[in-house]
Design a protein around this ligand. Structure first.
Ligand code: NAD
Length: 314
């Protein structure tokens, strides 16, 4: 029987992943933790505890006491926030990963999931259809920490047989939890503002193409990948996952099909430079081949769901 520790359950991905894992493994077997209070649906559907992944001693006690077999470690300072506190972000992101790698090694966890990001790529990486193996010279502190993390994960796999698993998520779009300080946050905010005010001021330029994924596809991909037989995984660093690729102008056009008067203006800030250094689209053939990655949503079908669900909420 699996007993799963979710670290970062109150965040954008953690909330939805916790609920989905509880459906599969049983509510009582998915232990949700975070340094901040979890949303009601997470708190009320199973165990929740405040736990700081940087507190290595408590983390280890928690895992042993609850007989944890798998860990999903989603705690991180995201790209936009990390640029404001570079040294602190580096320390937090690396310590959070290293504490769970050490836990996986010492208590022999069955599996450890830790998300990487398209931020591992940099301005010298081929910008479109970015391949799995290519030049990687990230120039943001977030990207550098993700790239180093991938290397450490692969190292622990080779050296200590830790079943480390990782996906390079693109920008993730969801309506359940608001975004957590990343460069692709505009693609969540724009839908809320379209419903609330009928207009949005975008912090990226209109033609900034970035890879994105709708949360239901990201959750499904994560679970399919985590359930894949280890023998199918040809990579032990992190898999490219691409989803769709669009610009702020494309999203605005998609919204206008439902809200014809929607207005968008552009006022690029420091996140434009981060976006400029990232790929515009991703090649994910290796993930498709190894463990059957697939997607259900495109920009139009995602827009329909986003507007419908946010309308109910706002
Ligand atoms: P988020 O900021 O919404 O959630 C992260 C959660 O981690 C927060 O609830 C936060 O309170 C918690 N946390 C922070 N420090 C912690 C600590 N010391 N101990 C325990 N919990 C702590 O982020 P997210 O968007 O859900 O991202 C989750 C992971 O996915 C991160 O590793 C991120 O880098 C990666 N990722 C996200 C995206 C995206 O678009 N959202 C894209 C690529 C990669």
């Amino acid at each position: 029987m699996e007993r799963i520790l979710m670290i970062g359950c109150s965040g954008q991905i953690g909330t939805e992943l916790t609920l989905e894992l509880r459906k599969i493994y049983g509510d009582g077997n998915v232990f949700a933790t975070d340094i901040k209070e979890a949303p009601a649906e997470v708190r009320e559907s199973g165990p929740f505890e405040i736990l700081d992944v940087l507190d290595e001693k408590r983390l280890n006690h928690f895992a042993i006491r609850n007989k944890i077999t798998q860990v999903y470690n989603l705690a991180a300072v995201l790209s936009g926030n990390a640029e404001k506190i570079p040294m602190q972000a580096w320390n937090i992101n690396m310590a959070a990963l290293m504490n769970t790698l050490e836990l996986a090694r010492s208590v022999r966890l069955k599996k450890l999931f830790w998300p990487s990001s398209i931020a591992v790529f940099g301005p010298t990486t081929p910008k479109t259809e970015t391949p799995q193996l290519t030049v990687m010279e990230p120039n943001t502190v977030y990207g550098i920490s993700k790239q180093a993390g991938e290397r450490w994960g692969e190292y622990y796999h080779k050296r200590y047989c830790v079943d480390f698993r990782s996906l390079r998520y693109p920008g993730l779009i969801s309506y359940k939890t608001e975004a957590g300080g990343g460069t692709t946050d505009y693609a969540v905010e724009i839908y809320y503002e379209a419903i609330r005010n009928g207009k949005y001021e975008c912090f990226l330029k209109e033609d900034t193409g970035l890879p994105m994924m709708f949360m239901p596809d990201a959750i499904k991909a994560t679970i399919d990948y985590m359930e894949a037989d280890a023998s199918k995984l040809s990579l032990r660093s992190s898999y490219n996952v691409g989803g769709m690729s669009f610009t702020p102008k494309d999203v605005a056009e998609a919204i206008k099909k439902h809200i014809p008067d929607f207005e968008i203006t552009y006022k690029p800030d420091f996140r434009q430079a981060i976006a400029n250094s990232w790929p515009a689209s991703i090649n994910d053939d290796v993930a498709r081949r190894d463990w059957g990655l697939s997607y259900e949503y495109n920009l139009d079908s995602m827009t329909e769901v986003m507007l419908r669900e946010i309308r109910k909420k706002v």
